[in-house]
Design a protein around this ligand. Structure first.
Ligand code: WQD
Length: 332
């Protein structure tokens, strides 16, 4: 079976492509390489022995995207492509709405036109905003704090409406918690363009000496050590979650939102300490004021993924820290 992967040269996309190939799928990747590199394909081939088909394509270019659907038939689409920087989305909301929403509408229109009715969508725990309680399950209130999160929620709503209108359509909306880590080979990893916002890339920059120290945003939260709690999940566990969801989407219709998390919460300081210990390196850090919009604690109730897909996260925080560091040191 052939899977079309939008944004498949990106961080989560590339790790998912590796797992798809290892599970026997044929894969076509399309990507505009805005936040990724074509060399990722060489590394996927090194890891799996198979080079996925690749199309350089921007999902805003309808005709170029239609050519991809004309060239081959796809049994499903996994949709990663989209801008994802929270801060940038606040500065440039129209760019985010145009790219993420219009791009997705182009994709969905062509899927319908070419009778491709199975979709896995890369959603995010950001749709929960600041949850009232943890662990967060899929029935929690949805509320977004920024344009990036609102694009994810709007696309979820579009997919729910599409699956009501077209009973032949199936969409699984995967709500990622905090993806970290890298492939243990060190060949593919998180490779953020510009200044990363997320915690793990900043830990790595501090460990490498690329920044003087990591700023920990807030040490006065009502948590066990005063710093925020998140559900960090290894990117390979996340990738396996997509393969498991694919098996589900071939057998079921309609839309369903599913958390992909470990179900365990970790504070910022606990992640820093784990990283220092497993990699035997210091992460220079100091405390700074709280970051606007941060929730004190967000971690998943991951039981629905287990129930529907038979999937659960298996890799540990030490695996995440070890693989993230190896990826950062080997990546070029
Ligand atoms: C984690 C914790 C920060 C940087 C974001 C997006 C979400 C998803 C995952 C895409 C928080 C603290 C961070 C730093 C710090 N991305 N931190 N110093 O905010 O949970 O979620 O990434 O889907 O949409 O919102 O992740 O890594 O930015 O922050 O102290 O330099 O680390 O305050 O407590 P977040 P994060």
């Amino acid at each position: 079976m052939r899977i079309l992967v939008s944004g498949g040269a990106g961080f989560i996309g590339s790790h998912t492509v590796v797992r798809l190939i290892e599970n026997g799928y044929d894969v076509t990747v399309f990507d505009n390489l805005y936040n990724s590199k074509i060399t990722v394909l060489d590394k996927i081939e090194k890891i799996t022995g198979v080079r996925p088909d690749f199309r350089l394509c921007d999902m805003l270019d309808y005709d170029s995207l239609e050519n991809i659907f004309k060239e081959d038939h796809y049994d499903a689409v996994i949709h990663f492509a989209g801008y994802k920087a929270v801060g940038e989305s606040i500065e440039k909301p129209l760019m985010y709405y145009d790219n993420n929403i219009r791009g997705t509408l182009n994709l969905l229109e062509l899927m319908s036109k070419y009778n491709v009715k199975n979709l896995i969508f890369s959603s995010s725990a950001t749709v929960y905003g600041i949850p009232d309680k943890c662990p967060v399950d899929e029935t929690a209130k949805l509320f977004c704090l920024n344009p990036y999160g609102r694009t994810k929620l709007m696309i979820e709503e579009i997919l729910r409406d599409l699956c009501i209108a077209d009973k032949d359509f199936a969409a699984v909306l995967l709500r990622y918690f905090n993806p970290v880590g890298a492939h243990p080979s060190g060949l593919i990893a998180e490779d953020p363009n510009g200044i990363p916002n997320n915690l793990m890339p900043r830990i790595i920059q501090a460990a490498k000496g690329e920044i003087k120290e990591l700023k920990v945003f807030g040490d006065d939260y009502e948590t066990r050590d005063g710093t925020c709690i998140r559900d960090y999940i290894h990117v390979l566990d996340l990738a396996d979650g997509h393969v498991a969801a694919l098996n589900y989407v071939f057998k079921n219709r309609g839309s369903v939102a599913v958390n992909l998390g470990t179900g365990n919460g970790l504070t910022v300081l606990e992640l820093i300490n784990a990283f220092e210990k497993v990699n035997n390196i210091k992460v220079p850090h100091s405390f700074a004021p709280r970051r606007e919009g941060d929730s004190m604690s967000t971690y998943a109730d991951a039981s629905l993924a287990k129930k529907l897909f038979g999937w659960e996260a298996k890799l540990t925080v030490d695996d995440m820290c070890r693989d993230a560091w190896k990826g950062a040191l080997n990546y070029e």
